[in-house]
Design a protein around this ligand. Sequence first.
Ligand code: ZN
Length: 59
Amino acid sequence: MKCPNCGDRTLVDIDMHSGGFSSEESPVKECGACGLVWRVKTELGVTKIDIIKPADKQK
Ligand SMILES: [Zn+2]
């Protein structure tokens, strides 16, 4: 999976289970290149990208 913002593949999984996220949700990803934080979730069979934190720098 690539970063939806910049297409970089340097991704970091963020463990947010201690923050109340259930294990049924996809892991939160952080892009190592642009700083975007997002999560992929499936609603009614449709895969959606949920942006948690916008990119903090442009590539
Ligand atoms: Zn990125």
